[in-house]
Design a protein around this ligand. Structure first.
Ligand SMILES: Nc1ncnc2c1ncn2[C@@H]1O[C@H](COP(=O)(O)OP(=O)(O)O)[C@@H](O)[C@H]1O
Ligand SMILES: [Mg+2]
Length: 320
């Protein structure tokens, strides 16, 4: 069998930057995924693009496969807990989903003070309207898990945290739907927290998107992927926290820090990712998949764009 390093080298020429599937409708290019509408379903194609601070930095071999298969893993595990949009995964990079009306909020759930929540706290701002106790430290565990919603920004704009009361006042969602969304988000979060604890990991925070399907609230988008969630290594967390060190991180926070160290925080031109760093990231993503899911990751080398087109075409014909 080919080593992961060999697979990364071989995949260099096929790295999936974008797709152009002329036989589908309504192409939308997000930061990381390309989506299209078929006759009955929507297709979410996870590319190898990597984005940070809402800016696309480049492409990392197999990142798309890792993220899509991680989402597939979690959608599958939680399907009987919360209804979701998945119909099938016709390709390692593709999810065929029911088209839903995405609610205009990002539902963020947090168990630790990290990322933008820490940056807000440090600056003395409440976190989506929630005031945390004084004297907390970076990466500290919260007394209890909190839901900190953000608005879902229009294309090209940054998402903004919003308080629960402002969200209801602006009628982004009805109070009933908000209660239901919160309950579902907390259920998913607590399930995944337990699941990864058995593999020595902490689920730090995550972002969910929900949608309406025939008036029903269903989980959409991605779930517990390395783009939507932070995961830390549990056994070194306490020691590192007490000595003021960052935890060992499986998510893309190290990339954010790599950028910040080079003076980039989302404004202007991002620095180019060197080849070696890209290979390192690729290995990191594959190994994170294995740690989180407890399954081995089998990178599929080859022309992923043609493979994806063929698999979707075949699936679309059989489905409609
Ligand atoms: N079931 C669904 N129906 C319709 N749209 C969806 C569904 N699931 C996810 N989406 C949307 O597909 C897009 C996925 O692409 P992504 O790269 O995440 O884009 P963005 O840069 O807008 O976050 C998002 O806009 C997401 O809201
Ligand atoms: Mg997104």
């Amino acid at each position: 069998m080919q080593s992961k390093e060999d697979a990364i080298k071989a995949q260099g020429q096929y790295v999936l930057r974008n797709t152009n599937l002329g036989f589908l409708e309504d192409r939308y290019e997000g930061k990381v995924r390309d989506t299209y509408r078929g006759k009955k379903l929507r297709y979410l194609i996870t590319t190898d693009r990597i984005s940070c601070f809402d800016v696309v930095l480049g492409a990392v071999p197999f990142k798309g496969q890792v993220l899509n298969q991680l989402a597939e893993f979690w959608f599958d595990k939680t399907a009987n807990l919360v209804e979701n949009h998945v119909v099938a995964c016709p390709d390692p990079n593709v999810m065929a989903v029911r088209e839903v009306e995405i609610l205009p909020i990002e539902v963020v759930v947090r168990a630790y003070l990290a990322g933008s929540a820490w940056r807000d706290y440090e600056a003395g701002r409440p976190i989506s309207g929630i005031t945390l106790p004084k004297g907390m430290r970076k990466h500290q565990r919260l007394e209890q898990v909190v839901v900190t919603p953000s608005t879902k920004a229009e294309r090209g704009l940054h998402d903004e945290p919003i308080s629960e009361s402002a969200l209801l006042e602006r009628e982004l969602v009805s109070p009933e739907i908000w209660e239901e969304v919160k309950e579902k988000a907390l259920k998913l979060f607590s399930f995944a927290t337990e699941e990864v604890a058995s593999r020595g990991l902490l689920l730090v925070d995550t972002k969910y998107e929900f949608g309406l399907l025939d008036g029903k609230v269903v989980l959409a988008d991605e779930i517990h992927t390395l783009d939507s969630s932070r995961y830390w290594v549990e056994d070194s967390y306490s020691e590192r926290f007490h000595s003021g060190q960052d935890p060992q991180m499986l998510d893309k926070e190290p990339v954010r820090q790599w950028l910040i160290a080079r003076g980039f925080m989302g404004q202007g031109e991002p620095p180019a990712l060197p080849e070696e760093y890209i290979s390192e990231l690729s290995l990191h993503y594959m190994s994170a998949f294995e740690k989180i899911s407890g399954q081995s990751f089998l990178p599929i080398v080859g022309d992923s764009e043609s493979r994806i087109a063929n698999n979707i075409r075949e699936f679309e014909e059989a489905f409609s």
